[in-house]
Design a protein around this ligand. Structure first.
Ligand code: FE2
Length: 453
């Protein structure tokens, strides 16, 4: 199917799903949307396009947003989207800070399917110390997107958290993962050696619907909904209190339901104490939720970042010691984002060796590091595809698409960077899709008919 036809079909499916949700049959929908008799089904099935005018009208007469009717674009019809080094180089532009050239930016592989904004960046500012207050360092104000950074060459990394500035000298293979809106900067420690980073920014579930919903709800509500995990504002038991609010449950009622003494129930609800494993079971049963819903995530960030030096990074072979295809090295990440994984892959498999496909539920970005080309093999929609990627080439891979790497040259050891992230399909969504009634999945992704008859 042509991408354009597919877009039209998915737009139709969203229109049908909206009409179904609002309990409108074709006749009602046609009357309210000002459509000719018999045409709603044609729009909903993709036979006729859903025009801007139709979306505008729907958003006017029905309690929904234009955005609810807009499908995403599929710019990855082959499962993998490659961006060549030449194309990256052509996108190069120098950005100045404080009136002087500071960075050269180049785009690398991006897709409309995932929230990656990955840039290759060369440091143009050279410093001779690792002083975070060096006046040559130009700081940004921080940005919304999470940032995973992979270092190539003698790069100084600067970050600021709660007004305190830090500088860490980094080198090839070092990496860092950082939280949104923390100011940061990068410089080079050498006027002759290349000093670059791969700045792989991404929004994950912070972008899209969540951001739009919170923008409408406003500052005060967003602050009230935020759950700090450390610092002065941290108070344990946030989710216990949320579920108590949701169910209008008092401390007395919580004590009654759990069988805990009222003082203890009060401590757990107020955040004065943390529940033990047995109490978690009691609380979950009492509130009608799962234990996981009551547990906060863990973070290992210090001052907003997680640093991982190459010298202390964990490394192992895959799939097994007997016939390893890759040496994997674990790069920076944090338990706060369990669905983000960064790996450095040293490819041990030679050109003619058996392929060792890697599959993940995540969106996947890859960049060819070093000087050696690599053969990329993948399987999509029943077809096997292979491409040779040169150093500096990058690619985006759809979730669940198996990819395998092999050296393009006998005896070579190519190196690939992988950054895997989740998008809007959180575990909540995966569980929800997995518990639909029979036939539900197909209808969820492409509802095109009335919900009855
Ligand atoms: Fe950044």
């Amino acid at each position: 199917m042509r991408a354009e036809d597919d877009f039209t079909r998915r737009a139709g499916a969203l229109l049908r799903a909206a009409a179904n949700d609002l309990k409108r049959d074709d006749e009602n929908a046609e009357r309210e949307l000002g459509l000719e008799k018999g045409t709603f089904a044609e729009h909903a099935s993709g036979k006729r396009p859903v025009t801007w005018e139709l979306m505008r009208r729907a958003a006017e007469v029905w309690p929904l947003n234009e955005r609810d009717l807009l499908p995403g674009h599929d710019d990855c019809p082959a499962g993998v989207r490659v961006m060549r080094h030449e194309e990256s180089r052509a996108s190069g532009r120098v950005l100045s800070r404080g009136g002087e050239p500071y960075y050269e930016y180049r785009d690398t592989a991006m897709s409309r399917v995932a929230s990656y904004r990955p840039e290759w960046i060369r440091m143009l500012r050279v410093v001779e110390d690792d002083d975070p207050d060096n006046p040559l360092v130009q700081w940004n104000r921080g940005h919304l997107l999470y940032q995973f950074t992979y270092f190539i060459g003698p790069v100084n990394y600067y970050y600021r958290w709660n007004g305190v500035s830090h500088c860490v000298p980094m080198d090839t293979g070092d990496s860092v993962w950082g939280l949104p809106f923390a100011p940061h900067s990068f410089t080079s420690r050498s006027a002759t050696e290349p000093a670059c980073i791969l700045a792989l920014t991404y929004g994950g579930s912070l972008l899209g619907d969540a951001q739009r919903e919170l923008a409408v709800l406003g500052n005060t509500t967003t602050r009230a909904l935020a759950v700090p995990l450390a610092g002065d504002a941290w108070r344990p038991g946030a989710m216990i209190r949320s579920f108590m609010d949701a169910g209008a449950v008092t401390v007395t009622e919580l004590a009654d339901r759990t069988g805990l003494p009222p003082e203890r129930a009060g401590e757990l609800a107020g955040g004065a104490a943390l529940p033990d494993a047995g109490e978690l079971d009691l609380l979950a049963a009492a509130l009608g939720v799962s234990v996981r819903d009551l547990l906060p995530p863990r973070t290992e960030t210090a001052d907003g970042v997680r640093l991982q030096h190459a010298r202390s990074a964990r490394s192992w072979v895959w799939p097994d010691d007997g016939a390893p295809a890759y040496r994997m090295t674990r790069l920076a990440g944090d338990p706060l984002h369990p669905h983000t994984t960064a790996l450095q892959v040293d490819v041990l498999a030679g050109p003619a060796e058996r392929s060792a496909p890697l599959t993940t539920y995540q969106h996947q970005y890859l960049y060819v590091l070093g000087d050696e080309p690599v053969d990329l093999h993948w399987e999509f929609a029943g077809e096997r595809v292979a491409e040779t990627l040169a150093p500096g080439d990058s690619a985006y891979v759809l979730p669940q698409v198996p990819v395998a790497f092999a050296a393009a040259r006998e005896g070579a050891r190519p190196r690939v960077l992988l950054l895997r992230i989740s998008g809007s399909v959180t575990p909540e969504v995966r569980y929800a899709v997995g518990t639909m009634a029979a036939g539900g999945v197909d209808r969820y992704v492409a509802e095109d008919r009335l919900w009855y008859s």
